[in-house]
Design a protein around this ligand. Structure first.
Ligand SMILES: [Zn+2]
Length: 390
């Protein structure tokens, strides 16, 4: 890129008028190139350059944007404010180009330089750098650093405590996934999660899971751990009824370890009651909960009672998924008195195929569907937008 080193003071370059001409003729590419070439960098053109850089970045010409912002930063006489502005733009260029390492280095150095300066401009620049860094560490799944950088931002917007909660959960799950599981590290991450994000249903869910980790049948410690776990699960359910199906297997496991099905019965009936009350009318009836209830009834009152319960549930069905799951669990002999021969099998087969094609989770932000719950949507990258489809 060629540039005039000096600029005649008080008079605009003829090239500037050429640039305006291009703009007026809707020839934006030429206008941008011409502006970059004609404008010398000084105090009065700094903002124009910044705006140009951001413009070419938005147009996808990241290399050009990087070039502009690097040229700005090469000036020795930049004020601290202007330096920070140009650095933030350059960091955005790097992020746009996928040069995460360079963006990280730039932002970390910038934060170190600003340090604890208290003036408004430094404070703002620092905050913007931190916001960019959080996004960068999220992209790299570097949860420890993401958590570290998000902490000073907690009061900035309600979204940041929510993010902090997810970062703590991710950290805890990483620890749990190690062989053998690093329980102490996971515990520490979740304790922090409960402090930073007290209203996070996911933090409660993972906290409960952690209580159950490493327990085996017949252990004397089980009782207190299972009780603690169930408390977390109930808290998670109270915070987000949509998690009922995510919680179910863990509630079942806790009851197994306890040797007592009463908490499961309570969990299933209170969930179904709250759904029936319409408190969460968009969630629908999770059939797995009904089936769990029917299993409990089978062991206490026998097959006929369980079957009668499932039959009566057929009346509340509102989706193919629910109908398919229920029909598959109703036995053929009883149904055949109500349905023509062979119809039950045909229905189960076809409904099963159909239900299979309906994904179990859907992002309420962008509509991305999947068969497993993604806490962070792979499509729109939003946290906690997945909703169970029942
Ligand atoms: Zn999404």
């Amino acid at each position: 890129m060629q540039r005039r080193a000096t600029r005649r003071s008080g008079r605009l370059d003829p090239g500037f008028y050429q640039s305006i001409n291009y703009l007026l003729n809707d020839e934006q590419d030429l206008a941008v190139d011409s502006l970059i070439e004609q404008l010398g960098i000084d105090e009065s053109t700094f903002d124009t350059y910044l705006a140009l850089g951001a413009l070419v970045r938005r147009r996808g010409e990241v290399d050009k944007a990087i070039n502009i912002h690097q040229n700005l930063l090469a000036r020795p006489d930049l004020s601290p404010t202007k330096r920070a502005q140009a650095e933030l733009e350059l960091a955005n260029d790097y992020l746009g180009a996928g040069l995460l390492g360079r963006a990280e280095q730039l932002l970390v150095e910038m934060l170190a330089r600003i340090g604890s300066a208290r003036d408004e401009i430094s404070r703002k620049a620092k905050q913007q750098a931190q916001v960019l860094l959080v996004g960068l560490y999220e992209r790299e799944s570097d949860w420890a650093n993401a958590l570290k950088v998000v902490k000073p931002l907690l009061k900035l917007a309600p979204a940041y405590p929510v993010l902090a909660g997810h970062f703590c959960c991710e950290l805890a799950l990483e620890q749990l996934a190690q062989a053998p599981p690093a329980l102490a590290g996971a515990k520490q991450a979740l304790a922090e999660g409960r402090k930073l994000a007290p209203d996070s249903a996911r933090v409660a869910l993972v906290s409960g899971r952690l209580e159950l980790a490493g327990l085996s049948e017949g252990d004397a410690k089980n009782k207190s751990a299972c009780k603690a776990a169930l408390k977390y699960f109930n808290r998670a359910l109270a915070l987000d009824a949509d998690l009922a199906l995510d919680l179910l297997p863990y509630v079942q496991r806790a009851c197994e370890l306890l040797g007592d099905n009463a908490p499961l019965a309570k969990f299933a009936s209170s969930t179904l009651d709250s759904l029936a009350d319409g408190a969460e009318s968009n969630t629908g009836m999770p059939v797995q909960l009904l089936l769990a209830q029917a299993e409990l009834l089978r062991s206490s009152d026998g097959d006929a009672a369980a079957h009668a319960m499932l039959l009566s549930a057929l009346g509340q069905v509102t989706s193919v998924k629910q109908l398919s799951a229920l029909l598959a669990h109703l036995d053929v002999e009883t149904l055949s008195t109500a349905l023509p021969a062979g119809l039950h099998e045909t229905l189960v087969q076809h409904l099963g195929d159909l239900a299979e094609s309906i994904r179990d989770f859907r992002c309420s932000n962008c509509g991305f569907s999947s068969s497993t719950r993604h806490w962070r949507c792979p499509s729109c990258q939003q946290w906690g937008e997945g909703r169970a489809v029942v």
